[in-house]
Design a protein around this ligand. Sequence first.
Ligand code: EPU
Length: 337
Amino acid sequence: MTEFKDYDITSNTGFKTPVLFERFFIVNEKTEKSQFVDNISPYEPIIIGDATNYLFVKELFPSAIKYEGDSITILEESHNSSIIRVEAGRNWHNFVMQSLQLGLFNLENLALIPGTVGAAPVQNIGAYGREVSDSIKTVHCVSISTGEHIQLSAKECSFSYRQSIFKHQEFKNLLITHVDFELSKLENPIANYPDVAVYLEQQRNIHPSALDIAHAIISIRTNKLPDPSEIGNAGSFFKNPIIDITIYESLVSKYPSLPKYDIDDIHVKVPAGWLIDQSGFKGIRINGAGVHEKQALVLINADNAHGKDIYELALMIQHKVHALFGIMLEPEVNILL
Ligand code: EPU
């Protein structure tokens, strides 16, 4: 275990807004139970990976903890699939590309998502027709309060759209250390998401490989989403709201271009980016905070914004979207007030 005092992670966060921790703990596989119980747990640290999906509204926090270690081990191999254990500190995109190099498939649609392997299950990252929960077998954690190691099956993680038990208050003391993925040795590319389909058509690629899908998505994301190393952002700021189909029908009679994705017989998901765009926020700049000009769902640190500037812009957006469409947008980003 390493402990840093007055640790500034501003330049490593998604939004690049100022943030300092009085104590910052870095732990790994060798950290002992007694160190969790005696040295770390009393400070109730916030768990962070690469802090790519956090908005720090306050600028000074008592403590945080991060797991380091990025090994990859193949645990089991069968004819059609492999089970692979990855340490939480590994960069997500690096792992996706490595899985493809190993001839293991199903993560290709999740290429270029910022953050770590350990953060992926927390919000059940998803993009272009796949969610990470489809490939997770087991999540390994350590309880910060007791130092005990705990294993959770995918079912026990209660994954749903951008949700898992790790977002619930009573599980906030579970630090993810490893994730076991079950990946296919057979390619099963999903290429029907509109942006991906259009890209592949332009390339005249009618039988894309998994690697082609990854390259298509890298290109789409690079063109549409700001690179967090250049412009502070945390990807989609809000979740796409799931609404009753009856509400959708009354909205679409007023706004015929409102897109939808079917969820079940009575619910549809509507794109928050469309709602924010129609509310007139695309490209706006207020006190250094902004809304990306190519994707209204992405809030950005346009010019030395502080966390509170981005937070205030988010509240303004929530308010206007609610007033216009009667829909309350829920943040996807973890907001620390
Ligand atoms: N749209 C607009 N204006 C905008 C942005 C979007 O009209 O400014 C419309 C688009 O035309 C499209 C629809 O909204 O009809 C959906 O937009 P897009 O395909 O860009 O995807 P999204 O729903 O905004 C979601 C995920 C992304 C993921 C993409 C692709 C959420 C909250 N976001 O975005 O995930 O990459 O689909 O699968 O589910 C993230 O979570 O950080 C993230 C980037």
